[in-house]
Design a protein around this ligand. Structure first.
Ligand code: GTP
Ligand code: MG
Length: 283
């Protein structure tokens, strides 16, 4: 487990994608901004928000199936109390994708009416943006009923902007982008937990210690139950060692295999096997 290193992920392809976003947003009538419900506040990339200017933004609180109903209600009411337009959705469900599409229609309603009065029949264009791995391409596929965009369970699947026509609306799939610098390291950790940051740049053992410390606080019952732990009073490192032993992640000499165990715990979290975990019910 290395010394603390700041989590920052802004490779060249992301800088390029952001420049392309800046150009292409001019062609769009609005933005669907996809948040991961497990870390909705960390999902807001302020750099992207600036780029959107005053285009209407519809927030999709995606992967809502991965958090509790209570947490979802709290987040939605917080966003709405700030005057923001948000729809909680499971991006894999057609009915939820339709709900999001209807919200987009409402966001450009006045413009549509003006067009109608002028006799213009225009297709509305929405950019689908967000940080990596939040489900942007999945939502587009669900809306279209076809696999038009590539998807995958790791960050950085979509590599370039792609227009997808869905009848009366056109969507622009974009590569996920991180803020150029992560000032808030607590948020950066949350994004690392949920798989929005490329694992190759992360110290997964150090990250697992942080995750254990966090789960002790926010989901002690689920965490204890999942790994059959007797109690959670000890330090994260002792708990980590206990999980290694329970799971049989032991090296030849008898030491705990923290590396393998870290991957297993993080995988359990991401696949929802620890429970419905939301790292940010509040900002
Ligand atoms: N549980 C759950 N999983 C989802 C949901 N939406 C998407 N996923 C999964 O999340 C993963 C990422 O989906 P993508 O659509 O590739 O995400 P993306 O935002 O396009 O990712 P990048 O192109 O890498 O930025 C995939 O494994 C999806 O199956 C959802 O609402 N709930
Ligand atoms: Mg994608």
């Amino acid at each position: 487990m290395e010394n603390e290193k700041k989590i920052n992920w802004f490779p060249g392809h992301m800088a390029k994608a952001m420049r392309k976003t800046e150009e292409d947003v001019k062609l769009c009538d609005g933005v669907i901004y996809v948040l991961d419900a497990r870390a909705p506040y960390a999902s807001v990339n302020q750099k992207l928000m600036k780029i959107f200017g005053n285009k209407p933004v519809v927030y999709a609180l995606n992967k809502v199936d991965a958090i509790s109903l209570d947490a979802a209600k709290k987040i939605v009411s917080d966003f709405r109390s700030k005057g923001l337009n948000i729809e909680p959705i499971n991006g894999l469900l057609k009915k939820d994708a339709e709900k999001l599409k209807a919200a987009c229609g409402r966001a450009v309603k006045e413009k549509a009416e003006r067009n109608k009065n002028k006799g213009i029949n225009k297709t509305f264009r929405f950019m689908v943006a967000g940080i990596p791995n939040t489900g942007k391409s999945t939502i587009i596929n669900t809306m279209s009923g076809k696999k038009k965009a590539e998807t995958g369970d790791k960050a950085g699947i979509t590599r370039s902007n792609k227009w997808i026509r869905l009848g009366d609306i056109e969507l622009l799939d974009t590569p996920g982008t991180m803020p150029p610098s992560m000032e808030n390291q607590r948020y950066a950790e949350h994004l690392a937990f949920i798989g929005a940051i490329n694992d190759d740049i992360l110290d997964l053992e150090g990250l697992t210690l942080k995750l254990i410390a966090e789960l002790k606080e926010i989901a002690p019952a689920e965490f204890k139950e999942k790994y059959k732990l007797d109690d959670l009073t000890s330090e994260p490192l002792s708990i980590f060692e206990a999980v290694c032993k329970k799971r049989g992640y032991i090296l030849k000499g008898g030491d705990a295999d923290y590396g393998r165990c870290a991957r297993a715990i993080i995988d359990d979290l991401r696949k929802g096997r620890i429970g419905k975990i939301c790292f940010e019910v509040e900002a």
